[in-house]
Design a protein. Sequence first.
Length: 147
Amino acid sequence: MIRQAGPQDVRFLRDMLKHAYHWRLNEDPDLPVARYVNNWGRPGDAGLIAWEAGPVGAAWYRLFPDDAPGFGFVDAETPELTIAVVPSRRGKGAGKELLEALLARAREEGYAAISLSAAKGQTAYYERFGFETVRETEHAVTMLARL
């Protein structure tokens, strides 16, 4: 089951950040990943929770300003996606279901595109959902899906 994320889910979203950005945190544990959930519920925030007798995954997006961009920042009008599924539930379709539902929501809300940051080697998964590489660094790829 997929349900909308709310303020009551901030703790779970924080936990999911560790799964979503583990590859970045291995490089630098002081990176400001909390910006993806701090003050959750502001304009431009939207999220979904995968639920199977408890939360097992989350996908959400948030707008960032030019002066405080996220890792996969493209511009201030393009929300940035974060997604993670708990390790024991990976490979069972929860991530696909979350991502498809969140992309549909972004379309419904009138966004022209959505971006994300992925580790090199993870891009093929996102390409299946229409994401294309727009920027690449030594460790990360910024991807964009036009909606």
